[in-house]
Design a binder for this molecule. Structure first.
Ligand SMILES: Nc1nc2c(ncn2[C@@H]2O[C@H](COP(=O)(O)OP(=O)(O)O)[C@@H](O)[C@H]2O)c(=O)[nH]1
Ligand SMILES: [Mg+2]
Length: 455
C-alpha cells in the first residue's frame, strides 16, 4: 500500500459478502460527489450532509437498485474526505454491480484498511485509535469489543499523550542544561529523576493492568471432555440451545472437535467463550478414534477450562479418573457435570472430585445448564475495577522498550552523563510518539494491512 495515493477517490464494498438485508458500497475522495451525481438520482442542487433516497442507474440508464446515499462532506466524515455510502439491498451481485459502476466512473478499488488509513493521514484518528478500529472489527469477545471502542475514543491515546508531555518537558530542560551548563537557574537533576521515576512506576502499573485486561477480554476455550457416550454432545447442544453436534446411543460418534462461540449475559456479567465438543476418551481406541483422542489431548494442553462429563448411574472408573487427572495436571479450571440424573441418582461419593465445582443434571432435559453457565462465568476473569483498556501486544512491547530507555536515562542522569542522557531521552520520546503517530512505513503498512477491505 502506498502512502502517496491519498488524493485518489477510493471505493469498496464495506459489508461482508453474502445475502443480507442491507449491503454498503463506500466511496471516499475528491471525486466522490461527482461520481455520486453521475450514478444516483434524484439529488438536490446542493449536496449537504445527509441521507438521500433514490435510484442507482448505470451508463445506459438501467436501474441497478433503489438505495440510500449517505453523504458526508469533507472534513466531517470518517475519512476526513468527501464520503458517500450507498446502502443497497444486501445482494452480492447488486453490490458488485454498483462497485463496478463507480470504478468505471473514476474511483479506484480501496486497499485493505485504506478508509481508516485516510482517516489517520487526515488527522481524524491517531494510530492508537486506528488500531482500536481494527480491534473492534476483529474482537472475539464482548469485552474485547467494548474495550476497543474505548480506544477509538482515545482511552489509550490520552494516556500516551500525557506521558509524552512529561518526557517533552524534561527533555527541554535537559537540552537547556546541555547547552548552557553554566546557567545558575538550571533546575536540579533530582527534579527530573523524580518525575521520570514517577512515570516509570506509572507505566509499569499500566502495562500490568493492560495484561489483566487483555486476559479478561480474551476468548477463553471451554472443552467438554469425558468417556464416550456420557452425553458430551448432548450437553454441548443443550448449552448452545441448538442441534449442532450429532448425538447417538453408540460410542465414538464425535470425532472431529466441534466448536462454537457463545456470548452470554448472566447476572450483570457479559462474557464470550469458545465451547468445544470433543471425542470420548478411551485408552483402547484404535485407528481413527485414537487419532481423534490425540487431538483432544492436544486441545486439553491449550484450553482454559474443562467440563468433565460423567454418568450419574456409573461409578467413575479408572479411565475417568485418568481424564480428570489430565485436565487438572494441565491446570484447566474444571467443572464436573454429573449427567443423566433423570435415569438415576449419583451412585458414588462426590468427594473423589476434590474441590472441583460439581453440577448435577440432565443434558437431555436441559437440566443444570444455567448452573453450568454460572460456573463458567465465575471462572472467567473479570475486568479489574477502575480504568479498563485494551493494550495490544505490540503496544505493550513498545512500552517495555520505553521503560528500558527511561531507566537508562535515569542511570546516565545520576552518573552526570548529561549528553548521553539527552540522547536516550530522545529515543524514549520517539518510541512513545511512535505509538501515536509514526513515520515508519513498515508499521503503518503492517497495521492497515490487517484491516478488511472497505474499512
Ligand atoms: N436419559 C438420558 N440420556 C442422555 C442424557 N444425555 C445424553 N443422553 C443419551 O446418551 C447417549 C449418548 O449421548 P451423546 O451426547 O452422543 O454422548 P457423547 O458420546 O458423550 O457425546 C445418547 O443416546 C443420548 O440421548 C440425559 O441427560 N439423560
Ligand atoms: Mg459425542
Amino acid at each position: 500500500m502506498m502512502l502517496n495515493r491519498n488524493s485518489d477517490t477510493i471505493a469498496a464494498i464495506a459489508t461482508p459478502m453474502g445475502r443480507s438485508a442491507i449491503g454498503i458500497v463506500r466511496m471516499s475522495g475528491p471525486k466522490a460527489f461527482d461520481i455520486l451525481r453521475s450514478v444516483f438520482l434524484p439529488l438536490p442542487e446542493k449536496l449537504s450532509r445527509g441521507m438521500y433516497y433514490g435510484r442507482i442507474c448505470d451508463e445506459e440508464n438501467n436501474l441497478i437498485d433503489d438505495a440510500l446515499a449517505l453523504v458526508f462532506e469533507c472534513p466531517h466524515s470518517y475519512t476526513g474526505d468527501d464520503l458517500v455510502e450507498f446502502s443497497c439491498h444486501g445482494n452480492p451481485v447488486i453490490l458488485q454491480e454498483v462497485l463496478g459502476l463507480v470504478l468505471r466512473k473514476g474511483a479506484r478499488l480501496a486497499d485493505r484498511g485504506e478508509f481508516t488509513m485516510r482517516a489517520f493521514l487526515n488527522g481524524k484518528l491517531d494510530l492508537t485509535q486506528a488500531e482500536g478500529v481494527r480491534n473492534v472489527i476483529d474482537a472475539r469477545s464482548i469485552t474485547e469489543a467494548s474495550l476497543s471502542v474505548r480506544n477509538i475514543h482515545g482511552a489509550l491515546s490520552d494516556m500516551f499523550k500525557e506521558w509524552l508531555n512529561v518526557l517533552n518537558s524534561v527533555s527541554v530542560q535537559i537540552e537547556a542544561m546541555v547547552e548552557f551548563p553554566e546557567e545558575e537557574s538550571s533546575p536540579h537533576q533530582i527534579d527530573f529523576c523524580d518525575s521520570i521515576n514517577g512515570l516509570i512506576t506509572q507505566i509499569e502499573a499500566f502495562v500490568e493492568r493492560g495484561r489483566v485486561c487483555r486476559n479478561a477480554a480474551a476468548l477463553h476455550t471451554v472443552l467438554i471432555v469425558g468417556k464416550p457416550n456420557v452425553g458430551k454432545s448432548s450437553l454441548f447442544n443443550a448449552i448452545l440451545n441448538q442441534d449442532r453436534s450429532l448425538v447417538y446411543h453408540e460410542a465414538c460418534t464425535t470425532r472431529d472437535m466441534v466448536c462454537e462461540q457463545i456470548d452470554v449475559a448472566l447476572s450483570g456479567k457479559r462474557f464470550s467463550v469458545k465451547l468445544c465438543d470433543t471425542a470420548g476418551i478411551i485408552d483402547t481406541a484404535q485407528g481413527i478414534d485414537a487419532i481423534a483422542i490425540e487431538k483432544v489431548f492436544e486441545q486439553i494442553s491449550q484450553g482454559d477450562m474443562a467440563i468433565f462429563v460423567l454418568e450419574a448411574g456409573a461409578v467413575p472408573d479408572e479411565q475417568e479418573m485418568k481424564i480428570l487427572k489430565t485436565i487438572q495436571d494441565y491446570d484447566l479450571k474444571t467443572i464436573v457435570f454429573i449427567n443423566k440424573i433423570d435415569l438415576s441418582n449419583p451412585c458414588f461419593s462426590e468427594d473423589i472430585f476434590g474441590n472441583a465445582k460439581i453440577i448435577k443434571g440432565s443434558a437431555k432435559n436441559r437440566q443444570g445448564i444455567k448452573e453450568i453457565l454460572q460456573a463458567i462465568s465465575d471462572e472467567i476473569p473479570s475486568l479489574p475495577f477502575g480504568r479498563a483498556f485494551l493494550l495490544s501486544v505490540r503496544q505493550e512491547s513498545v512500552l517495555l522498550e520505553l521503560l528500558k530507555k527511561m531507566k537508562e536515562f535515569s542511570m546516565h542522569l545520576a552518573g552526570d552523563n548529561l549528553d548521553i542522557a539527552a540522547d536516550v531521552l530522545h529515543e524514549a520520546r520517539a518510541l512513545l510518539s511512535g505509538l501515536l503517530n509514526t513515520e515508519v512505513q513498515a508499521v503503518i503498512t503492517e497495521i492497515f494491512n490487517n484491516f478488511c477491505i472497505g474499512k
